[in-house]
Write a protein that binds this ligand. Sequence first.
Ligand SMILES: Cc1cc2nc3c(=O)[nH]c(=O)nc-3n(C[C@H](O)[C@H](O)[C@H](O)COP(=O)(O)OP(=O)(O)OC[C@H]3O[C@@H](n4cnc5c(N)ncnc54)[C@H](O)[C@@H]3O)c2cc1C
Length: 427
Amino acid sequence: MRVGILGGGITGIALQRFLRHPSEVLEAAPSIGGLCRTYWKDGFGYDLGGHILFSKNERINQLVDDVLGDNLNRCRRANKIFYKGRFLKYPFENDLAALGPEEAYECLIGYLKHSHPPPRTNLREWAYHVFGSGIAEKYFIPYNEKIWNISADQLSLEFVERIPKPPMEDVVKSALGIPTEGYLHQLYFRYPRTGGTESLVHALRRPDGEVTTGYRVTAIRRTGAGWEVTDGNTPRTFDRIVVAFPIHDALPCFESVPDDVQRAVAGLRYNSMRIVLVGVHDTSLMDFSAVYIPDPSVVTHRICAMGFFSPTLVPAGKSSIIAEITTNPGDGVHELSDEEVTRRTVADLHRVGLVDKAKVVTTDVTRLKYGYPVQDLVYTRHRATLHAWAASLGVPLCGRFAEFDYINTDECLRRAMALADRLNAEA
Ligand SMILES: Cc1cc2nc3c(=O)[nH]c(=O)nc-3n(C[C@H](O)[C@H](O)[C@H](O)COP(=O)(O)OP(=O)(O)OC[C@H]3O[C@@H](n4cnc5c(N)ncnc54)[C@H](O)[C@@H]3O)c2cc1C
């Protein structure tokens, strides 16, 4: 059985690693990696958004340790929140005393009164119920509305499954100024010593694995018991195929897709992104993994210091940040040129004191069409329609935008492994 793996992001590359059947990965870009790629400009390396490797699944942690070997580093998170001109520890509810007595009181009393009913449908209701009005209004809702570029009452409760609820003891201690740590599952993370996140994908790549880059799949056709896939020039035939590239681009490649499936996929909302690199001539931007910025007047919602992740990502004596910006057509940012979005990012960060524009020596912008799948109120229904159709064709979908699921690399790896196990069991 020969398997065609369509898409050479971390999911497609990992799937090939674990398959016992012969396979070929077909990747549209000139190199593998997808969202895990690391870009370089003037000696500054940057990922497509701050990428930390963490998993609750020990099999995945072991895999990362094994493939990275000597290139593995373990880091302790140093995240901050930039709120009204000062830094708080992350997550917000673990550093309430830093807000000062009045705001800390507002947050604590709102949390303890627990006066909002259980959520029925959306993230806004959930935030008020779990955190109370202080934390919800000061941080949780503004930050999430920025990153998701949508009103909190349009985000479904599916999204909250991955958000840890703080123990009451922690919230009370934090309001009193007693140190606590939240989101413990990602307090420590793995990261490659050199080469950025992309080096994990290269480490996963099987030495004898057939991978064709520069091959953009444009059509997928059933041929008897198998499939023909083409980029318009050099068709390939396979017994099985796996879609590991964004479903919004994959669907038009198939012949005669039912209307309800087309409508479902058209209704699956995603956020595009701009990742802006800002390199400076000194080492002032080295000491944090991420700064979360709920302030809606600053275009980016999060910046990450690449030199914190690995000093090899910045030239000696210099440092950098990447700014993550969520954007969609019509929002005024999507329409900006790369120069304009860079100018706006640097100006905003300079204004609030996070980056000194006089120190900037390098900038770069990478555009991501598919950054975040948005779990809005119709997401579950549309996604179910898509998955039922793919199952009826016998075509597995695997990965973040193929399955259309808000998953990180660890879950991509787990699902690639599970799919390989299933296909390996077939003759
Ligand atoms: C801003 C941001 C921050 C993130 N932070 C983290 C983090 O901290 N930790 C973490 O673990 N994960 C993080 N992630 C998630 C992680 O990057 C993804 O889950 C993972 O990289 C998805 O891999 P994938 O292979 O499923 O999809 P992709 O990486 O999207 O790969 C799909 C591949 O298909 C190719 N392709 C597209 N069209 C075609 C075509 N027509 N024919 C052939 N090939 C095609 C693409 O070029 C791409 O290489 C983050 C993601 C973003 C955007």
